[in-house]
Design a protein around this ligand. Structure first.
Ligand SMILES: [Fe+2]
Ligand SMILES: [Fe+2]
Length: 193
């Protein structure tokens, strides 16, 4: 409870904090189903968006101060940095040293070519928690209860479809994740940005 209070104060916005609580609950539930550590899943869920409300300038500046590498896409879309910066803030401000938890936070937005079950449940919880409203959410959440790999494939596919339709670049880590989980793309091979 004390942790939740601190996260709420750190995030400073009720809407985003409520999202973090839902992600924590969903990640814990999926972790129990797939043999990942429920406590780690809950912790990663609660802490995953610590930097989500930072301005683009602040994200760039805080990453530069910590020598977190920034690629061209992240320079153009600094919001993408909130995941890796968030992992760093979880370590600095909340004393999280567990690499499995830090990895799940760092990979929650773009995914990665290598994802542990814990990484996957936090990624899915973030994308599919009940506060999200996109047409496939409910079906994908249902799938996530039954088949982790199929849910990863479906969620990545939906995410990539959305980015492509919106004319946005798909992050290289997302392309790597899509290849790893065997996403078949409707519009040909995915171009890494
Ligand atoms: Fe996020
Ligand atoms: Fe999130």
């Amino acid at each position: 409870m004390e942790l939740a209070r601190r996260v709420r104060a750190e995030i400073g916005q009720e809407h985003r904090y409520a999202h973090c609580v839902r992600v924590a609950r969903c990640a814990e539930l999926l972790a129990r189903r797939y043999g990942a550590d429920p406590k780690k899943a809950r912790l990663a869920g609660l802490l995953h968006d610590l930097a989500r409300l930072y301005s683009p300038q602040r994200l760039l500046a805080e990453c530069e101060t910590r020598r977190i590498p920034i690629n061209d896409l992240e320079r153009a879309e600094p919001m993408l940095l909130h995941a890796r910066l968030g992992a760093e803030l979880a370590r600095e401000r909340f004393g999280v040293e567990d690499p499995a938890v830090l990895s799940a936070i760092a990979k929650h937005t773009c995914g990665d070519g290598e994802m542990s079950p814990l990484d996957c449940v936090v990624y899915l919880a973030d994308g599919l928690e009940p506060g999200r409203n996109f047409p496939e959410r409910e079906a994908l959440w249902g799938l996530a209860q039954r088949d982790l790999t199929a849910a990863m494939r479906g969620t990545l596919s939906s995410m990539i479809g959305y980015l492509q339709q919106s004319g946005l670049t798909v992050a290289p880590q997302t392309v790597a994740a899509a290849r790893h989980f065997g996403v078949v793309c409707v519009r040909g091979d995915i171009e890494a940005g």
